[in-house]
Write a protein that binds this ligand. Sequence first.
Ligand code: ZN
Length: 319
Amino acid sequence: MSAPLTPKRRRNRNRGIAIVVLTALVVLAFVYLFFFLGRGGSEAVGSSLTDGAVASGETAASADGPAASSLASADSGKSGAASDAGDDAADPEPAYPSYYDPALAARYDAFAQARPDLTEDEVWWMVGCDLDKAPYTDTQAVPDPNSELLLVNKHYYLPDDYVPADLVTIGATQLRQEAAEHLQAMIDAAAAEGLNLWAQSGYRGYGVQVSLYNQYSAADGAEAADTYSARPGYSEHQTGLTCDMNTITDAFGDTAEGRWVAAHAHEYGYIVRYTPENSDVTLYKYEPWHLRYIGTEAAARMHDEGIASFEEYWVKYVK
Ligand SMILES: [Zn+2]
């Protein structure tokens, strides 16, 4: 039997219901918070585990290669230097240029010891294109033979089957189309000043260079031939971007045409590739007639910045 609900008992019953409902809400809130935070927390733990795995994977990858690991340490070195510079403006650490490669540090040191006449910057860019190695030793294939900024010298060679796809005829020879158009513009500009420039020898295939080099080295010996003739694969003439002008004689440099070319070739995207200033880099003697097309932008930059060799330009702006 139930007692009749007095106002007091009704209040007690309502209070009981309220307590049950509040308790249920609190429990639900705890359950909700537990699951929500718990899941969020486990996600956080999971993701940090994942990051950790990635990070340790990166560390492992770096450890595989001395290049990568020393890059990482050099980066921290750089940021250290940057903050030092911020702390003490009077004694700033010099920032490394983009072509400084920490992986080459041991070779920089060795080359600097061997060549105390060089500045630090010269050591960096010269090692950057393997000039610390003997010519024709431990050489590399050109990565992209069709680039107009490719470097071909006694350390970088073209495949023996490389033939440019866009050769066109200019004078009695051939060049790649863009190089030919710019050379024709240069010849026309010289002609407008009464000068007679002509394209003598542009593209030469691998086979032709084999015959030439063999002929020269039979006549003068390989050591002498190496100073004026490239070994097959190592000739810029195989690029289709190089042209010998007029006469292949030292005297060309002292003709009106030779002087005009030295002063104006860069306006047409060409450089005199082998000069007295860069012969210790190119390892060729002065060839005032041998022009190389590198495009107007690069040629203007070399001219404006006084960069003496394409090797230096290549390491600093192309590589
Ligand atoms: Zn030449």
